[in-house]
Ligand binder design. Structure first.
Ligand code: NAD
Ligand code: ZN
Ligand code: ZN
Length: 391
């Protein structure tokens, strides 16, 4: 089959690779009908996530048709249309029992899980197409994919629903939803959201659906800010205003009730702290550039909530722990517990309570995926979300 493979920093290629097959009884194989490039894929593309190997198949946002089902899976049948969560979870361990699926203890095989044990003190769950630290599983930017624990993860969608309406259940809609849920939004709340990429836009939609009165969104790309505005947010361009001062002005000097970092470890901007982080990361003295997180912590009101869906990978410095303690902030974060949210969010889409398709800017055949990566990285203003079509 054809699959998009990582070969090094800024080097991804469509290769011919062996078709996947059933390995364990609970597996299934799906023929991919649609898959998307995520901001998280850019961290791999930019070489920030360790333990990638040349030839690794990328992609964790995908859906398709079931073409083969293992004998241990009685839930799915050949022909079912499914959307697949990017998190791999067994459904049976201590953490899955608490619906903390991205903490699953069983989905990261022993030979790879030691890396996260050393880096994070605990074993992380397996993720599709996201380095050998998270299991080295083949991703879904391909013609076919093997789904482990497929009796737990993939959600069946009714026939006739267009792929684009449900594809983002694989990651970014649940991610935006959990990011908003982590703000414990109360009536009258103002939520500030950094980053108007796909995750930021999903967080805006989710914050309103969860009852936020105001959402203030921050970025510098005009098209992305316009999309945020269309979704009901007030917007700030960080090239034009001082973000914290503007947020104070807009909230009667108090600060937003909660803040969401939808940017993560590759913050842009020429603020002094970010320039220092950038220089340090270029000489491998730092892994992450947490400028947005610092700014969000400083801007949120006393007693406020800090939600971090943006990905961080290592250690950060100049972290305002004093502000967090003295202001009495709550921080919540994590890889999304996708499986927990799927039934509820699918229902909302089918009932027409939310439309997710407005973020899609480009649709490309899988063969053009390398171009898709290049533009999604370098032309972010126009390229808001790329859907790849293997067919
Ligand atoms: N927690 C999870 O499970 C999960 C799931 C999916 C994605 N993510 C992460 O969410 C983040 C966003 O993903 P995406 O697909 O939207 O990525 P993206 O790269 O398309 O968007 C990031 C946006 O942040 C903006 N930005 C950069 N610096 C900024 C600054 N200083 N202030 C304000 N905005 C700034 C950029 O202009 C860009 O529009 C990534 O870190 C991604 O890895 C996490
Ligand atoms: Zn993703
Ligand atoms: Zn588990």
């Amino acid at each position: 089959m054809r699959a998009l493979c990582w070969h090094g920093k800024h080097d991804v290629r469509v290769d011919n690779v062996p078709d996947p097959g059933i390995v364990n009884p609970r597996d299934c194989i799906i023929k991919i009908t649609a898959t998307a490039i995520c901001g998280s894929d850019l961290h791999l593309y930019d070489g920030y996530i360790p333990t990638m190997q040349p030839g690794d198949i990328m992609g964790h946002e995908f859906m398709g048709e079931v073409v083969e089902v293992g004998p241990g899976n009685t839930r799915l049948k050949v022909g079912d249309k499914v959307v697949n969560p990017f998190v791999i979870a067994c459904g049976q361990c201590f953490f899955c029992g608490k619906q903390q699926f991205s903490a699953c203890d069983n989905s990261n095989p022993a030979e790879t899980s030691d890396i996260s044990l050393t880096a994070y003190g605990s074993i992380m769950a397996g993720l599709f197409g996201y380095s050998h630290m998270t299991g080295g599983y083949a991703g879904g930017q391909a013609e076919y994919a093997r789904i482990p624990y497929s009796d737990i993860g993939p959600i069946v969608v009714p026939p006739g629903v267009p792929d684009e309406q449900v594809l983002f259940l694989s990651d970014i809609f649940p991610t935006g939803w959990m990011a908003a849920e982590n703000c414990e939004i109360e009536p009258g709340d103002t939520v500030a959201i950094w980053g108007c990429g796909p995750v930021g836009i999903m967080a805006i939609k989710s914050a309103f659906l969860q009852g936020a009165e105001r959402v203030i969104a921050i970025d510098h790309y005009p098209n992305r800010l316009a999309l945020a505005k269309k979704n009901g947010a007030e917007v700030l361009n960080y090239h034009e205003v001082k973000v914290r001062a503007a947020l104070m002005d807009m909230t009667a000097g108090r600060g937003p009730d909660s803040v969401i970092d939808c940017v993560g470890l590759e913050a842009h901007g020429l603020s002094p702290d970010n320039v220092i982080d950038l220089a340090k990361s270029q000489v491998k003295l730092a892994t992450d550039r947490p400028h947005v997180l610092r700014e969000a912590v400083m801007a949120v009101r006393k007693g406020g909530k800090v939600s971090i869906p943006g990905v961080y990978g290592g250690f950060v410095d100049k972290f305002p722990l004093g502000a967090i303690m003295e202001k009495g902030l709550t921080i919540k974060t994590g890889q999304t517990h996708v499986q927990k949210y799927l039934p509820q969010l699918l229902e909302m889409i089918l009932e027409g309570k939310v439309d997710l398709t407005d973020i899609i800017s480009h649709r490309l055949p899988l063969n053009q995926a390398p171009d898709g990566y290049k533009h999604f990285k370098n032309d972010q203003d126009e390229w808001t979300k790329v859907v790849l079509l293997p067919g």
